[in-house]
Design a protein around this ligand. Structure first.
Ligand code: FNR
Length: 402
């Protein structure tokens, strides 16, 4: 459809441009601090660059005469007992209020519109209940940065469940923010200004314990109220806990969340994947946070093959966690590579954030639709009839013969 629109109109308004162009367009729209906050990564940027290198290290081997009917090409997936229209998921991104006034609601509604699985960040600009009310997702995920305060943790998890979020994601890699020179040079940290704290500021337990019962979101709250509350968040480890938890502590989360699916985000080694399986998780999200946390680290895709092989090799009577992958996905070919190496769902990060910055909900939809179209067309041209035809046999490493 995107292709047809472009041909009919003689141009396209769909943000189908390459990532580099999309990024440029977003840069023009945003304040330099907000742009650098989203665009930036840890210290020397090498992890982010390694994400790209790891994806480029594989090449797709196209097959011809495979009897592909493009109109019947199916990208459906069965996950947690439900059918998903495509393998994409919105990776949780905090502080979207700095990108567009419609922030999380725009992203959530765009995801619903194009049938991409939605994952809401802990660090939103809109309380989780409001986002859910406006978009009425049947299958949204909620990502939690695990607070140091157990009462606040319990309250957030109870609220997420009550609001109708079906899957709980615990992000492991961000118990404190990475060293990000561009933000330090700009003296910019959105959380210190109270941005991205809507879930805490609307939390009855947080308000009672840290704001003397007066919500910084109430009518009549002053800038000073917001500042004081934001300082509590930062100094008490309420957004990111300020300390790395241990695997045995996950049992606390299971108790609070009940039997629903729990996914751990930020896994990069086989050892941690094995610990996660032992801990009884339902999903492993292979991610290095888009290179924003540990500098000088492996590209996230390097971790995917070994982890998915291990998961698929687990005995039949062991629960096999779903595998989500993100970090560095910029095109249909990137999505194909992640699926071929075993990802059940593939997370999109900065591309949709830049779409949001350019044109709000419509911009997010345009970016997601383009990625889906690029993925479907590329996979079909490479000889896949369904997404399930993709596997390790679909790829070779650079320099290897096909
Ligand atoms: C993130 N990410 C993130 N992850 C998370 O678990 N909770 C969060 O609140 C955020 N916030 C956030 C803000 C910004 C500006 C960025 C760029 C990223 C990480 C995100 O979920 C995902 O792992 C990466 O964005 C994936 O990498 P790419 O696609 O951006 O390269």
């Amino acid at each position: 459809q995107i292709f047809l629109d472009a041909l009919m109109q003689g141009k396209t308004e769909h943000l189908t441009t390459r990532y580099s162009k999309l990024r440029e367009q977003a840069e023009q729209k945003l304040s330099s601090e907000a742009f650098l906050y989203v665009d930036g990564s840890a210290s020397t940027q090498s992890t982010e660059l390694n994400n790209r290198k790891a994806l480029d290290a594989y090449q797709i081997v196209p097959r011809m005469m495979a009897g592909v009917e493009f109109s019947e090409f199916s990208t459906e997936r069965e996950i947690f007992g439900r059918t998903f229209a495509n393998p994409l998921i919105i990776s949780p991104i905090g502080v979207q209020g700095q990108l567009h006034p419609d922030s999380d609601v725009a992203t959530s509604q765009a995801a619903k519109e194009v049938e991409v699985t939605f994952c809401l960040s802990s660090a939103t600009s809109t309380p989780m209940e409001v986002v859910m009310e406006k978009s009425q997702h049947e299958e949204a995920w909620f990502q939690l940065y695990w607070p140091s305060d157990d009462d606040v943790t319990e309250s957030l998890i109870t609220r997420a469940k009550k609001a109708g979020y079906k899957v709980l994601v615990i992000t492991l890699d961000t118990w404190t923010l990475g060293w990000r020179p561009q933000d330090i040079d700009a003296g910019y940290n959105p959380f210190i200004k109270g941005m991205g704290c809507a879930n805490l500021f609307s939390d009855p337990v947080f308000v009672e314990k840290y704001c003397e019962g007066k919500s910084p979101l109430r009518d009549g709250a002053t800038a000073d109220d917001v500042q004081q509350a934001a300082l509590s968040v930062a100094t008490q480890g309420l957004l990111t806990s300020g300390k790395a938890r241990t695997w045995s502590e996950l049992a606390q989360i299971r108790k609070l969340w009940g039997d629903g699916p729990i996914v751990v985000k930020g896994v990069q080694t086989l050892t941690d994947a094995a610990r996660a399986v032992e801990a009884g998780v339902d999903g492993i999200w292979v991610s290095n946070h888009g290179g924003r946390q540990v500098d000088g680290a492996i590209g996230s895709l390097q971790a995917l093959g070994p982890i998915s092989q291990y998961i698929r090799g687990l005995p039949k009577d062991t629960k096999r966690p779903v595998i989500v992958f993100d970090s560095g996905i910029r095109s249909g070919a990137d999505i194909m590579k992640a699926v071929a190496l075993g990802a059940d769902l593939v997370g999109i990060g900065r591309p949709y954030a830049f779409g949001l910055a350019c044109r709000g909900q419509e911009g997010v939809e345009a970016v997601l639709k383009s990625l889906i179209a690029d993925f479907e067309m590329n996979a079909a041209l490479a000889g896949c009839r369904t997404i399930n035809d993709l596997g390790p046999h679909s790829l070779v490493k650079s320099g290897e013969e096909s």
